[in-house]
Write a protein that binds this ligand. Structure first.
Ligand SMILES: [Zn+2]
Length: 603
């Protein structure tokens, strides 16, 4: 089955979808003059080179050359087909799409029907669990348990907490009654198949908390056993809609506040997040039974710069922190560590000391990465032993050598004081280590940024831009925002543009406005099948062009464009003249060429 999306529908969806809104779901955008800026989601970077124009509804990255409109953004970032992208945007804008119109132009959502069913089933399951918890007699074990754990009404409401009965077929029956295909529900991780026949619930006798994906759809559940039993925590398995390495618990719900504070607390489990939330730390998220992945880190970095790692202070917790730090550092996060006191998780801590105390602890008991490394190393060494003490100092000097110089001084002083050693000696030793590790660090950095460098395109570069290229870009920029300009340029420009890509775009633009005088620039960019040209168009629209191009400005650009091939010719002739055997003739030729060049440049 395939569906053709009529032109008018497409226009309606386009008009209803604001690019700043859509990209804002993925990138923390800051208003910067007439445009929005942020960190590019297409390449790893630490300083923003990604900009979005609300006015022109296009985006462009000056770092990697990515660019386009709202449709290409989702296609490129999510890897969606055009049809899926349209369906997504239509859903977001609450525009209904036509059902079935035969065409082979677009391939549509056959593959999405299963995913849809899975998401709808999760929604139904979440409300079933929640209703059982809230309103039924049978749900009382869940309520009693929640009371024992001091869950508040606000928490139950915010986290949509539910209860799965201690029975085998509650959810399976509900799903069946609602005509869900139970083989798909098994794949969705809600039920499991019996050896004999039929299906049974995966979650039983558990407090249930739904897990949302980055669009706010429920895609899985976490469950804490009520009373005794194993396993204590059970999470949904990996399914087509739930990928643990891409999902952070509470990310969707906390995103607005994380962005506002530019800061996120990262915990190891859902219950930690709930305890923190109750204490007033609302910008908290957690991984669910996995280590922090590269995708998790990117997701965090897209929303906040500062990450506070809140793990257990025990051996396993510190080990996890050691592994997590480089993953976050790689995406450019600033990291602080909050070690929870031995033997306490946030929930226990609240129970014993109260909510305010937890909040204060999470806000104040913060260690820098270096301070954590020092603390961590001390836990495993006996510093009374001279050998171990020296090893500790060596290790720390190595770590300090990798810091910024202002921090280096701070920690060197600390080491010097703690072990009663000369600052100078420590400093020298550290410098020696720095020299040793510097090439390695440069190599690592080169590797880290390697793909960025490779991704650079010809039409944007840090080098000064030649006058003719700049002139061509400016003219195209004007033409893309003002049709009148197209005709003014064609009237004067004799031989077209020098740069092939510019010439191609120019040609497409003329043919588009001739054939579709009623359409706008957004449709033009969409009509470009060559992605490279679409990117170029988005980039050109991002240039700061004035509203109107004066005749003098136009003449100047045309002159620069037309001069270039002539200058190139003179240069070639100059090279040829150097081969002239007769020195007098050679000099004459050179003089003549210099005169020609001067004339051309009007000097
Ligand atoms: Zn980029």
């Amino acid at each position: 089955m395939s569906v053709k999306i009529p032109e008018e529908k497409l226009a309606e969806i386009r008009n209803a979808s604001d690019i700043v809104d859509v990209i804002g779901d993925y990138v923390q955008l800051k208003k910067n003059g007439r445009q929005y800026g942020g960190l590019c989601p297409f390449h790893d970077e630490k300083t923003p080179s990604f900009s979005v124009s609300e006015e022109k509804q296009v985006y462009h990255c000056f770092g990697c050359g990515a660019g386009g409109n709202v449709f290409t953004f989702l296609q490129d970032l999510e890897g969606w087909s055009f049809a899926k992208t349209v369906a997504h945007l239509a859903g977001k804008a609450k525009i209904s799409l036509p059902q079935v119109v035969e065409s082979n132009e677009y391939q549509v959502y056959e593959d999405t029907s299963k995913v849809d069913a899975m998401k709808k089933a999760h929604q139904l399951a979440a409300s079933t669990y929640h209703s059982i918890f809230m309103f039924t007699e049978e749900g009382s074990p869940g309520r009693v348990y929640a009371q024992e754990r001091y869950f508040t009404e606000a928490q139950i409401d915010h986290f949509k907490i539910g209860y799965a009965l201690d029975e085998w077929e509650t959810l399976a029956k509900v799903l069946e009654q609602n005509e869900f295909d139970l083989t798909i529900m098994e794949e969705a991780g809600l039920v499991a198949k019996r050896k004999s026949s039929g299906y049974y619930d995966l979650f039983r006798n558990r407090l249930i908390f739904p897990i949302s994906d980055n669009n706010g759809d429920i895609v899985g559940f976490g469950g804490r056993i009520v009373g005794e039993g194993q396993p204590k925590y059970l999470n949904s398995p990996e399914t087509p809609i739930y990928q643990k390495a891409k999902t952070l618990f509470h990310m969707f719900e906390a995103r607005p506040i994380i962005r506002k504070k530019n800061k996120a607390y990262l915990f190891e489990g859902a219950l930690d997040v709930m305890a923190a939330w109750k204490s007033g730390i609302e910008n908290a998220v957690a991984t669910l039974g996995t280590a922090l992945s590269q995708d998790h880190a990117k997701l965090l970095r897209r929303n906040a710069e500062e990450i506070i790692l809140c793990y257990d202070g025990d051996r396993a917790g510190r080990e996890a922190i050691r592994k997590t730090i480089p993953v976050l550092e790689n995406v450019g996060c600033q990291i602080q560590v909050c070690l929870l006191p031995d033997g306490y998780d946030p929930d226990d801590y609240v129970k014993e000391f109260g909510e305010e105390a937890l909040k204060a602890y999470l806000e104040k008991e913060l260690l820098s990465v270096m301070a954590f490394k020092m603390y961590d190393a001390k836990q495993t060494k006996n510093l009374q032993n001279e050998g171990e003490r020296l090893k500790y100092i060596e290790d720390m000097l190595e770590a300090i050598a990798q810091l910024e110089s202002i921090e280096q001084e701070h920690y060197l002083k600390q080491l010097s004081k703690e072990f009663n050693l000369s600052f100078q000696v420590l400093h020298q030793e550290m410098m020696r280590k720095e020299r040793k590790t510097a090439p390695v660090r440069q190599q690592q950095q080169a590797e880290r940024y390697g793909d960025t460098v490779k991704a650079h395109h010809t039409f944007q570069t840090a080098r000064p831009i030649a006058a003719h290229i700049k002139a061509e870009r400016m003219l195209l920029g004007y033409m893309l925002q003002d049709e009148e300009m197209i005709w003014r340029v064609t009237e004067r420009l004799q031989d077209g543009f020098n740069i092939d890509e510019h010439q191609a775009l120019y040609a497409y633009l003329i043919s588009f406005v001739s054939q579709h005088p009623e359409k706008g620039i957004k449709e033009f960019i969409e009509s470009l099948e060559d992605q490279k040209l679409a990117k170029l168009a988005a980039y050109l629209l991002m240039q700061d062009v004035k509203v109107e191009c004066t005749d003098a400005e136009l003449d100047d650009y045309i002159k620069k464009i037309e001069q270039y091939p002539k200058l190139l010719q003179i240069k070639e002739q100059q090279q040829a003249a150097r081969l002239e055997q007769d020195p007098v003739l050679a000099a004459q030729k050179q003089m003549e060429l210099i005169r020609k060049k001067r004339e051309l440049l009007g000097k």
